[in-house]
Design a binder for this molecule. Structure first.
Ligand SMILES: Nc1ncnc2c1ncn2[C@@H]1O[C@H](COP(=O)(O)OP(=O)(O)O)[C@@H](O)[C@H]1O
Ligand SMILES: [Mg+2]
Length: 214
């Protein structure tokens, strides 16, 4: 059922630190939902639309201090506005399941908390840009920082700006995601990401089935 949602679709976001398994798991959930007969759109942030992908390349490459925190957060929300308007909302209006790799909780954890811009700024920008298009379900993939960085380091995709930021930064991020889950237990589900890929997928499928009565 669609009780309380402003659109006929379903909006699921994947959150967590570098190497937690978000991209892996979004693919698997996408396949499982399609197999069950649902129309799925798989997307990611920053990016997900042509303009937002251009902004993404400004954000994920280069030195850690390439941007000041404020510029960085505004670039993220500029990309998000484009992605929401041109991709996410149209798909939700068509009744699709939209699965997004990172969303506003990453802005909160990375820019709001780890880069210390403050929770208020992120909440204000979220109210302005996201308005009612909040996820119906957010899966927070949790694992020890060293495990995640080891996985991400083995990936070698050139998008390593955040990976280079150091252990303490990533510990702060992990806790920030867990705090969001505590604050918003209806929307967020913490998934133990330390187990093998299949076991994580099963936990995600179970959480999705429960949330949407599948
Ligand atoms: N549960 C898992 N156990 C072991 N390795 C994993 C697991 N999930 C993902 N990986 C591997 O770890 C790396 C990072 O996974 P990825 O899905 O790209 O993470 P993220 O998108 O969260 O950064 C990839 O090489 C992936 O194959
Ligand atoms: Mg990824």
């Amino acid at each position: 059922m669609n009780a309380g949602r402003p659109h006929p679709g379903r909006f699921i976001t994947f959150e967590g630190g570098e190497g937690a398994g978000k991209s892996t798991q979004i693919r698997l959930l996408s396949e499982a939902l399609e197999k069950a007969g649902h129309a799925v759109l798989q997307t990611r942030e920053p990016g997900g639309s042509p303009g937002a992908e251009e902004i993404r390349s400004l954000l994920v490459t280069g030195d850690g201090d390439r941007w000041t925190g404020m510029t960085e957060v505004l670039l993220h929300f500029a990309a998000r506005a484009d992605h929401l308007e041109r991709v996410v909302r149209p798909a939700l209006s068509e009744g699709k399941w939209v699965l997004c790799d990172r969303f506003v909780d990453s802005s909160m954890a990375y820019q709001g908390v780890a880069q210390a811009l403050g929770r208020h700024l992120i909440r204000d920008l979220t109210n302005l840009v996201v308005t009612t298009t909040m996820p119906d379900l957010t899966l927070i993939l949790d694992l020890p920082v060293t495990d995640g960085l080891a996985r991400a380091g083995a990936r070698d995709d050139g998008e390593d700006r955040y990976e280079k930021m150091g252990q303490a930064f990533h510990e702060t991020l992990r806790q920030a995601f867990l705090d969001i889950a505590t604050d918003e237990p209806q929307r967020c589900k913490v998934i133990d990401a330390t187990t093998d890929i299949n076991a994580v997928h099963h936990a995600i499928w179970a959480a999705t089935a429960k949330r949407f009565d599948l």
